[in-house]
Design a protein around this ligand. Structure first.
Ligand code: SF4
Ligand code: SF4
Length: 198
């Protein structure tokens, strides 16, 4: 049987997506990656990632938007910082992962539970300037939908234990002083972010 020579087909590059990622706050560092693989062997959660950071960077350079944005790699990053400390090129991989999380949420790639968690955390913090675990949990499950709410019932014992030990208060804490100032800072940061994205 005739063997297909995979190398006879030219690789198609879509640089539109790559350029968009390179424009993110830490995105241009990706261009400095020399494929040594140090991040891949150092990463504590590599085993559960679809692609290692090194592979993800190569996919970005190839413009493989769907593969990148539907992968679990950046959602599996625990921000441990090991890769950043060991990368011989000094690439702030952890910060690139944060940029990719934000980019994915902004572009509607929010199927992973971590995306719902980030949104719930952010929305809760924006209301009071401090965390209320009960509020964040409720927001998280509302975003995830009915199936996840039903699954959450399996964890009710954990919730009850947290309540008993004062780890999850029933009532929300007071808003911080100067919440208006905090909102102005956030709004200014978001405005700058929008300008940079143009
Ligand atoms: S450690 Fe740095 S240079 Fe090496 S593959 Fe990872 S990102 Fe690239
Ligand atoms: S910061 Fe993220 S990508 Fe880097 S080693 Fe830790 S878990 Fe892996």
């Amino acid at each position: 049987m005739e063997q297909k020579n995979v190398f006879s087909e030219p690789v198609k590059y879509d640089l539109t997506f790559a350029r968009e990622i390179f424009r993110l706050e830490n995105g241009s560092y990706i261009k400095q990656c020399m494929n040594c693989g140090m991040c891949a062997i150092s990463c504590a959660t590599r085993d559960v990632m679809d692609y290692s950071p090194r592979q993800l960077f190569n996919l970005i350079k190839l413009g493989k938007k769907e593969e990148v944005l539907t992968s679990n790699t950046f959602w599996s990053c625990t921000s441990c910082c090991t890769c950043k400390a060991r990368c011989p090129r000094g690439i702030p991989i952890i910060d690139v992962m944060h940029d990719l999380k934000k980019y994915a949420i902004d572009h509607g790639y929010t199927n992973y539970p971590q995306a719902a968690f980030y949104k719930a955390f952010w929305n809760e913090m924006s209301v009071r300037g401090r965390m209320f675990e009960g509020g964040m949990t409720a927001r998280y499950f509302l975003i995830r939908g009915l199936d996840e709410i039903l699954k959450a019932m399996d964890m009710k014992d954990v919730g009850i234990d947290m309540l008993k030990h004062g780890r999850m208060p029933l009532l929300p804490p007071k808003k911080i002083r100067g919440l208006g100032g905090l909102k102005k800072i956030i709004s200014k940061a978001q405005e700058l972010d929008r300008k940079e994205a143009r």
